[in-house]
Structure formats: structure tokens, C-alpha cells
Design a protein around this ligand. Structure first.
Ligand code: NAD
Ligand code: MLT
Length: 526
């Protein structure tokens, strides 16, 4: 395996990858899109921080790339859709720099409240400016926290030590959870109008871009101080500079900018701003932790596991993965069956029963789609892009959790609506390495989903098995296993044969010509 490490990701953190015997190329220069595009085709994994932009053009050239590791939280420098489409897993390291970013936010808040950078600069330039640089206390001030995730909640805890009153806006957090953090959950408007300080800890998304624009800033209290250690672009820099010049905003401390590195900017002309060059995560501890976290995730993925901090696929902890693995295998087999037996699939209804009621089955559903699509589309299908590809083909999906599984400890049933009608197949995991198809179109069977199987629908009458067996035997196709499922004697039945080689088409046609045979379907499992 070859791994490319860019953006100064800490070498000590990624040494576990060297130990695995993989080639790790650490590049210290910042590469252009063109340089990265021409090199990326040689690599299986890429590790970056925020400087490198992994664009769709880079991803198009990433012929063998399996994983992009972001040593940090924000993945806004990666074209996630393009990566997902190509089946490339994107993992991040969301926990390692939380404390560093929270402490940096507090450092900026204090620096702003007590004019520390200006005082330092003045003194070093011979100015003893005691009267000019009178600050404000944090005690009893209202801190408005935008985004109550990892960093927002860590900031709240630390701000409470300064006796600040914390209010927060986060549409994805319940008021009870906020209360548990010691934060009063309020609307955005209330937060803007009540806060003395506002600190930003949300991602940059279409919803949050320019959330603090000229109107939002105008609705804030006069004398507000704003801290942004999240992402540039959440605050409109032109509007902020104007409000700082008019003294509506008393001060701003920014670690992140709309364009990085920060070039020409109206903010540079404002005396009451404190600026740092995206240093939120820049502590020795945080950089070691994020590099180690991302290296672990990449090692697990390249060794065939599923990381639990993937951004574009369901994350699964290793112990949960051990339990789910047989169900993922069964799901893939059921998907394969559906694709090879039913043509033109419009929708799937997947029912999980028995022991599966207690498990997180989302990734099992993805595995069914993976098994199905691998038989239908040309793209390389995996657990990253299967949902995306199914959606793109307009396949409707419904999952149901119900029932005790009947005679089975666990049961996955797939009902596919296809252009040829409705198809049912169900399976069960007997032991971790003993998977079975237990039902086909309402017939009870016990089929090992391996190699080649031939599913023959027929009338239940004497001689059917013998005639099919004879045709296969004449063609040199050995039968390894055989069973018949029927609902009533003399009614319809299904015969499922495990065969050692694929049955040729002319043999299948000959089987179909036997009186009483209604149809055949051959399924090949990898
Ligand atoms: P997180 O995912 O734990 O928390 C983000 C929170 O924002 C979530 O609770 C989410 O519900 C909330 N949110 C999403 N959309 C929102 C909206 N429209 N309005 C209000 N809240 C919204 O992430 P985190 O680890 O706390 O990181 C927060 C931000 O800080 C990210 O943008 C990350 O990239 C950035 N960050 C910057 C640095 C730095 O060096 N400056 C370091 C680490 C993280
Ligand atoms: C992050 O999102 O983790 C930060 O911006 C820090 C970094 O880029 O390293």
C-alpha cells in the first residue's frame, strides 16, 4: 500500500502506518491541484489537514485511492460527493483537537476582553497605554454559543468557570441536552440580541454560510464581541469590518477566514480585532492525537475493517462490527440473489426480525444494496457508494423492523418490486460462518448461498428432479446439493440445486422445455 501525507500532518502520529510495512510519502510542500492530480493515481490513501483541497478533478485521477484521512474535524476542503461517488471513504479525526480549539476560543475571548495583543504591541513599541486599554470582565456576561457540539460544549464548560451565563443555538440539540451542558437553548434571534460575546462552533454549510451577515450583526447588542474559531465564511467579513468601524461591534477575534491564508482584507485596518492564522488545533497534543486517530482509521480500513469515524458512510465500532459482519455477508448474498433473479428493480422492502431488532442494521441495508448493485452497474460498488448509486438509479427503499423471526433466531427478508413482478427472498445467520437462504417466494428452503445455484419453479409431481438432474448430468454439470420446497402436495414447488459449475444456456432452455417446469434462474455467488 502507498500512503501520501500532506499539509504537515505530524510524522510521529502516522508512524503506525510505517510499521505496517506500507510506503508512507510525507510531502512538506503545499501541492497545487495539478500536482496532486498527477500524483494521486499512485496512492491507496491520502492524509491531509485543511490546506490541501481535494477537488473533483483530484478525485477523478485517484484510480486506486481507497481512503482520504482528514487529520482534524472539518471536511469542507474535500469534495465529499465526488469521493462518495467513486467509493472512496473519507475519515476524519473529530475528537483529537476539541480541547485545543476550545482553549483557543477562550484565549481569544480573554485577549479581546482585555486588549492583550494591543497592549503587548504598544509596550513593545514604547507606549505605556493604561488608560486607553481598559477592558471588560467575562463575569456575568452572556456568552452566545453558536453550535453546541464537541467544541461548543467544551467552551461552555470553561466559560462557566469564568461565571459567564451561557446561551446557545443549535437546531440539532434538544433543550434538555443543552441544559445538561449548563446552556439555555434559545433561538438564533434571541441569542444575537441577548449576547455580550458570541462564539461560533458550527460547520460551514449552505445553511451557515454568512449566517452572521450585515442584518444579523445589526440585530446584535451594540458593544458585542465576536469570536470565530470554526470556519471562515460563517461571518461575512465585509459586514463585520463595517460594523467594527462603526463601533457597533466592540471587537472580533478570528482564527479562520473566508480565504486562507488571509490576504488583503478590510479587517486588517480595524484596531479592535485579534487575528490568528488558523491556530485553533495547533497544539502539540492535538496534532499528535489527530494524526494518530486518522492513521488508526486508515490502517483499519486498509486491513479490511470499517472505521467508526467515516464521514461518508455509516461508522461502526470494532466490537459492533464483529457482531454485524455475518449479517453484512448475508445481506450481500441476498442482494446478489435479487439482482440475478429479478430484472429492473424499482424498490426494495427489507424486513429485519428476531435478534436483528436489537442491532444497528443501516449498514446491513447498504450491504444488500452493494450485493445487488455489484451485479447491475459497472462502477466499483462498495459500502461507501452503494446508497448513493441506488438513489441515483431511483430505487426506492423501505426498511422495517418487526417480528421475532419465526423459527429463526434472526431473519432478513427482502421483497423486491421488479419489472417482472415481485420477488421475495429471506435469509438467516445460523452461526457466524453459517449463512442460509431460508425462503424463496414463500417456499421454505435451506440453501447455502455459495458458488452456483439453480432455482427451478415447477409443478410438484413425480420425476421432476430426475429429469432436471439428467439434463445437467448430460452437460457435465455436477449437482452438489438439492432440495425441494413446496406449499401443498401436487401444487407449485421450487427446486434449488447447488451445482459445481455454471449451467450453459442451452441446458437451461432444455430444462424449461420439460412439461411442468415453470422457469429457471441461475445465481452465482462470489
Ligand atoms: P461538532 O460536529 O461536534 O459540532 C458542530 C455543531 O454545530 C453540532 O452540534 C451541530 O448540530 C451544529 N450545527 C450544525 N448546523 C448548525 C446550524 N445551522 N446552526 C447552529 N448549529 C449548527 O463539531 P466540532 O468538533 O465542535 O467543530 C465545530 C467547528 O469547529 C467545525 O467547523 C470545525 O471544522 C471547526 N474547527 C476549527 C478548528 C480550528 O483550528 N480553528 C479546530 C477544530 C474544529
Ligand atoms: C479542523 O477542522 O479540525 C481544524 O480546522 C483544524 C485543522 O485544520 O487542522
Amino acid at each position: 500500500m502507498k500512503i501520501l501525507v500532506l499539509d504537515g500532518v505530524q510524522e510521529a502520529g502516522v508512524k503506525a502506518l510505517h510499521r505496517s510495512g506500507w510506503q508512507v510519502d510525507i510531502v512538506t510542500d503545499v501541492w497545487t491541484e495539478e500536482e496532486l492530480s498527477s500524483a494521486i493515481g499512485r496512492y491507496d490513501a491520502l492524509i491531509i489537514r485543511s490546506a490541501t483541497k481535494v477537488t473533483s478533478r483530484v478525485i477523478e485521477s485517484a484510480d486506486r485511492l481507497k481512503v482520504i484521512g482528514r487529520a482534524g474535524v472539518g471536511v469542507d476542503n474535500i469534495d465529499l460527493e465526488a469521493a462518495t461517488r467513486r467509493g472512496i471513504v473519507v475519515v476524519n479525526a473529530p475528537d483529537g483537537n476539541t480541547i485545543a480549539a476550545a482553549e483557543h476560543s477562550l484565549a481569544l475571548m480573554l485577549a479581546l476582553a482585555r486588549n492583550i495583543p494591543r497592549a503587548d504591541y504598544g509596550l513593545k513599541n514604547g507606549n505605556w497605554e493604561r488608560k486607553k486599554l481598559v477592558g471588560v470582565e467575562l463575569r456575568q456576561k452572556t456568552l452566545g454559543i453558536l453550535g453546541l457540539g464537541r467544541i461548543g460544549s467544551a467552551v461552555a464548560r470553561r466559560a462557566q468557570a469564568f461565571d459567564m451565563v451561557c446561551i446557545g443555538y443549535d437546531p440539532h440539540i434538544t433543550p434538555e441536552r443543552a441544559k445538561h451542558m449548563g446552556v439555555e437553548a434559545v433561538s438564533l434571534q434571541e441569542l444575537l440580541s441577548r449576547s455580550d460575546f458570541v462564539t461560533i462552533h458550527m460547520p460551514l454549510t449552505e445553511q451557515t454560510r454568512h449566517l452572521l451577515d450585515a442584518d444579523a450583526i445589526a440585530s446584535m447588542k451594540k458593544g458585542i464581541r465576536i469570536i470565530n474559531v470554526a470556519r471562515g465564511g460563517i461571518v461575512c467579513e465585509d459586514a463585520l469590518a463595517a460594523a467594527l468601524k462603526e463601533n457597533h461591534v466592540a471587537g472580533a477575534a478570528l482564527d479562520v477566514f473566508e480565504e486562507e491564508p488571509l490576504g488583503e482584507s478590510p479587517l486588517l485596518g480595524c484596531p479592535n480585532v485579534v487575528l490568528t492564522p488558523h491556530l485553533g488545533a495547533s497544539t502539540e497534543e492535538a496534532q499528535l492525537h489527530v494524526a494518530m486517530d486518522v492513521a488508526d482509521a486508515i490502517a483499519s480500513l486498509l486491513n479490511g475493517g470499517l472505521p467508526n469515524n467515516a464521514v461518508n458512510m455509516v461508522g461502526i465500532a470494532p466490537d459492533v462490527m464483529k457482531t454485524l459482519e455475518p449479517f453484512l455477508n448475508l445481506g450481500e448474498k441476498l442482494g446478489t440473489f435479487v439482482a440475478q433473479v429479478g430484472g429492473g428493480i424499482n424498490s426494495l422492502q427489507i424486513t429485519y426480525s428476531g435478534a436483528l431488532l436489537d442491532l444497528e442494521t443501516k449498514v446491513v441495508t447498504t450491504s444488500i444494496l452493494k450485493g445487488m448493485l455489484a451485479n447491475i452497474v459497472d462502477d466499483h460498488v462498495n459500502l461507501v457508494n452503494a446508497d448513493y448509486l441506488a438513489k441515483g438509479r431511483g430505487i426506492r427503499l423501505e426498511t422495517v423492523h418487526k417480528g421475532n423471526g419465526g423459527d429463526y433466531h434472526n431473519r432478513i427478508a427482502v421483497r423486491a418490486s421488479t419489472s417482472g413482478g415481485v420477488l421475495h427472498v429471506a435469509g438467516s445467520v445460523f452461526q457466524p460462518d453459517a449463512l442460509r437462504i431460508v425462503e424463496i417466494d414463500g417456499y421454505r428452503v435451506d440453501v447455502l448461498p455459495m458458488g452456483h445455484i439453480l432455482v427451478v419453479s415447477h409443478k410438484d409431481k413425480p420425476g421432476m428432479v430426475g429429469q432436471v438432474g439428467m439434463l445437467l448430468g448430460q452437460a457435465g454439470v455436477n449437482i452438489a446439493s438439492m432440495q425441494v420446497g413446496r406449499k401443498n402436495p401436487g401444487g407449485s414447488a421450487v427446486m434449488v440445486l447447488g451445482i459445481d459449475a455454471e449451467a450453459p444456456n442451452d441446458v437451461l432452455s432444455a430444462i424449461c422445455d420439460i412439461p411442468g417446469i415453470k422457469g429457471t434462474n441461475q445465481v452465482t455467488f462470489d
